[in-house]
Design a protein around this ligand. Structure first.
Ligand code: KE4
Length: 433
C-alpha cells in the first residue's frame, strides 16, 4: 500500500474535461466530492477491496459502489459468469430463465416476497412499488420519513414542510408541488408522529415506505418499536408497508433487514447487491398484490433492459456465493473489529464521534449526540468529517465523500486492510482538532 504523499493531477485534468460534457462532471451528484471538497477520484480499476485511480493511487474502498459490491470489485466467479453471459448476447427483450432463477432466489430469501419484478434501478423499484400500492388500495397518500431516500422519482423528492409531520414540499426544483402534495413526511424513529399522520389521513394513506435501517442520512438504526408500530398502523388501516431494502437487502443478512427485525412488509424494494454491480432494481411482495402488475394486471410498468441476462447472471452468482458461504459471519467479525478500532482511536484523541453500525454498513458521525433521525444526524460536524475524509484519503483509505452516507465492508476486505484502516484513523484523529 503506497502511503506516500499522493497527487491527483490526472483526476483533476479528467474532472476538468468531464465538467465540459457532464453536469458537475459526474453522473450522480454524491460522486462530485461537493460535501467534502477537493477533486473526485477518477477510477481506472477496482480489484477486491481496492480502488486504483488514474494517478496510480491505491485505496482501500469503503464505498463499494454505494453498496452493491458486498463481495468486492471484480469478484472472479462473477467476472467469469458475466463474461460467458455477455458472449451469449447482452439483451434480448425476451424472457430468459435467468430472471426466473433470480426471482426464485429472492423469494426464497425473503418469504414476504411471493412474486417479484425486476427493473433497472432502485428508483424504479420504489416508484413502481408506490404506484402498485396506490392501485391496490385505491388511495393516494404515501408516508415517508425525513432523511430516508428512495430514489429520485418526483413524488419521493419531498421534504417535510414546517411542523413535525406534514404534507411534503418539493425538495428539488422541477418537482411540481402537486406531485408531492400526496407525500406525507414524518421524522424517522418517531412512532407518535407516524400515528399522528394516520389519525389525520388514514382513509387516504396507500402506503408507508421506509428504509428499515436508514442508510441515506448516514446509518441510523431503527428503534425496535418503530418498525413494529408502522406494521400495526398499516395493518389496521389497510395501507401497505413498503420496506425499501435497496441497501439492506442481502447486505445486513441474506434475508435482509426484514429477517433481522422479524417484520413482514407487504412490498419490498431491492437493488444494488442483487445485480452484483450491474444495473438492477426489483420490487416484490404478496402474490395478490403483485398480480396487479401488467401484463397480469393493469398497473403499468415496463423497462427495455429490465431483467437483462448480464445483470441477472451477476445477481445469481452474487446471491449464490452469499448463500453458500459464511460471508455474513466474516463480515460481522471484520466490521465489528473495524468499528471498535475506530471508536477507540477517536476516544483516545478525544474526538466525539458516533459510529452506528449494522453488520457491514456503518457511518462515522462527528457528533457527541446519539443519532436517531435526520434532525440529530444534521447536527454532525460536516467540516470535521470532510477533514477526516481527506486525512484518511491521504493514507489510502477511501470513505464515502459525504457525512450522510453509509460506508461498507466487503468480503474482500482483509484483516490487514482493517488493521491499516484503524491505524490510519488513529493518525487522522490525532491531528484533527
Ligand atoms: P438507484 O436509483 O440509485 O439505483 O437507487 C435509489 C435508492 C433507493 N433506495 C435506497 C434505500 C437507496 O439507498 C437508493 C440509492 N442510494 C444512493 C446512495 N445513498 C445511491 C448513490 C447515488 O445516488 O449515487
Amino acid at each position: 500500500m503506497n502511503s506516500n504523499i499522493k497527487h491527483f493531477s490526472h483526476s483533476e485534468e479528467l474532472f476538468e474535461q468531464a465538467q465540459r460534457y457532464l453536469p458537475g462532471g459526474v453522473d450522480s451528484p454524491v460522486r462530485a466530492f461537493k460535501a467534502v471538497g477537493g477533486t473526485p477520484l477518477f477510477i481506472k480499476r477496482g480489484q477486491g477491496s481496492r480502488l486504483y485511480d488514474e494517478d496510480g493511487n491505491e485505496f482501500i474502498d469503503y464505498v463499494c459502489s454505494w453498496g452493491p459490491l458486498i463481495l468486492g470489485h471484480a469478484q472472479p466467479r462473477i467476472v467469469r459468469a458475466v463474461k460467458k453471459a455477455v458472449e451469449r448476447g447482452s439483451s434480448f427483450g425476451c424472457p430468459t430463465e435467468l430472471e426466473t432463477t433470480l426471482a426464485r432466489m429472492v423469494c426464497e430469501a425473503m418469504p414476504s416476497i411471493e412474486m417479484a419484478r425486476f427493473v433497472s434501478s432502485g428508483t424504479e423499484a420504489a416508484m413502481s412499488a408506490i404506484r402498485l400500492a396506490r392501485a391496490f388500495t385505491g388511495k393516494n397518500k404515501v408516508v415517508k420519513f425525513a432523511g430516508c431516500y428512495h430514489g429520485h422519482s418526483d413524488g419521493l423528492l419531498a421534504k417535510a414542510g414546517s411542523g413535525m409531520a406534514t404534507l411534503g414540499i418539493p425538495s428539488s426544483p422541477g418537482v411540481p408541488a402537486a406531485l408531492t402534495s400526496d407525500t406525507l413526511v414524518a421524522p424517522y424513529n418517531d412512532p407518535e408522529a407516524a400515528e399522528q399522520l394516520f389519525k389525520e389521513f388514514a382513509p387516504d394513506i396507500a402506503a408507508v415506505i421506509v428504509e428499515p435501517v436508514a442508510g441515506n442520512m448516514g446509518v441510523v438504526l431503527p428503534r425496535p418499536e418503530f418498525l413494529e408500530h408502522l406494521r400495526s398502523l398499516t395493518r389496521q388501516s389497510g395501507a401497505l408497508l413498503i420496506f425499501d431494502e435497496v441497501i439492506t437487502g442481502f447486505r445486513v443478512a441474506y434475508g435482509g433487514a426484514q429477517s433481522l427485525y422479524n417484520i413482514s412488509p407487504d412490498l419490498t424494494c431491492l437493488g444494488k447487491i442483487i445485480g452484483g454491480g450491474f444495473p438492477i432494481g426489483a420490487y416484490g411482495g404478496r402474490k395478490n398484490i403483485m398480480e396487479m402488475v401488467a401484463p397480469s394486471g393493469s398497473v403499468y410498468q415496463a423497462g427495455t433492459l429490465a431483467g437483462n441476462p448480464v445483470a441477472t447472471t451477476a445477481g445469481i452468482e452474487t446471491l449464490s456465493i452469499l448463500k453458500e458461504s459464511k460471508v455474513y459471519d466474516e463480515l460481522e467479525r471484520k466490521s465489528s473489529h473495524l468499528a471498535k478500532g475506530i471508536t477507540e482511536a477517536a476516544s483516545e484523541a478525544r474526538v466525539d464521534i458516533q459510529l452506528p453500525r449494522l453488520g457491514s454498513m456503518f457511518t462515522i458521525f462527528f457528533t457527541k449526540n446519539i443519532v436517531t433521525d435526520y434532525e440529530t444526524a444534521a447536527k454532525a460536524d460536516t467540516r470535521l468529517y470532510a477533514k477526516f475524509f481527506h486525512q484518511m484519503l491521504a493514507q489510502s483509505i477511501y470513505l464515502p465523500p459525504s457525512q450522510f452516507e453509509a460506508a461498507f465492508v466487503s468480503s474482500a476486505h482483509t484483516n490487514s486492510d482493517i488493521q491499516a484502516t484503524v491505524e490510519a484513523a488513529e493518525k487522522a484523529f490525532s491531528s484533527l482538532l
